[in-house]
Design a protein around this ligand. Sequence first.
Ligand code: NAD
Length: 338
Amino acid sequence: MKKLNCAFYTVPPTMKRYLRGKMRDHKLTIYDGQLDSENLDPNTEVLGVFVDSKVDKKIFKSLKKLKLVVTTSTGYDHVDLKEAKKRKIPVCNVPAYGENTVAQYALTFVLSLTRKFYRSIKRVKNGFYNYDGLEGIDLKDKTIGIIGTGHIGMHLVDMLEGFDSNIIGYDKFPNRQLEKEHNFSYTSLDKLLKTSDIISLHVPLFPETYHMISKKEIKKMKKGVYIINTARGGLIDPEALLWGLNNGHVAGAGLDVLEEEDLIAHQEKLLEKNITSEQLKMTQVNEMIVEHENTIVTPHNAFNSAGALKRIISTTADNIKSYTAGEAQNDVTKPRKK
Ligand code: NAD
């Protein structure tokens, strides 16, 4: 088997050794941080990226020897699939490494928001030992709406079952088995928005799901709703969310993802010439969301558990192996097998 030149970006420090072990059959270079025009290697045949690296037309054009893209994530909205298809370059993801990991993280948001846990901790650390204004709500008898009942949403349904809540869901492709096996039922998106006390998002970011939660949807929601997003920032219009938080219609938001989160992570990019006024505005709105007293924002961290990281690296190595054996598995440029 021919050794392939593999370039990996944004590999967690604890996983570098594990990745090297898995990639012994190839020539592997691990770059610190995300992919950009400065650290491209024109000899790259296999490109390994995380969600913080945009693999756009320019990257495809620059990497003339590129044969395969592997993303160490479930979501693949950071890769230009149209361009990949045009060039017949498979793009492999990790479809199921951390359904329990991310569902557990979403559950952490549910519990933390509804009991004002984050504010309670801050209060005591600041030297005030009292519970004034820290009243929360019970999950018992509350309605929890899950948007997207794939791997992660389904696990969240499973985890929530012990709380005596009314769990409802919306999905473009409902999983009827889930309804049979759990105390759970599907409903329309409209009804979910109107009746849920807590809403958790678990759909991928596609053009059709971009800003699926905007002002119109927030207006439909119950006053005092809690919104949780561990999927992708682009699902929620940040201006609409801030509007809902400021007028109290939204009681709290738990967000592990933000639209244009890269500009929060790398603020130096705001000084670059190609930054648009929309991006600047969105960054300001994001900052107001981060600082809002009723939000918990974490840095795209839901996937980040020791077990999940190992599963991600292992599947990514298997994706490369399958490619060298003749057919890439988990190739998202191919129609999805149901
Ligand atoms: P999945 O593909 O198993 O499930 C997605 C579900 O969404 C499917 O059931 C699908 O039918 C449904 N869906 C697709 N389009 C829809 C639409 N327009 N309307 C309603 N439902 C629709 O994916 P998953 O493993 O559950 O992951 C969900 C998302 O979570 C990923 O796409 C990814 O963006 C995100 N994620 C985030 C992290 C993190 O660290 N924060 C980690 C893993 C995954």
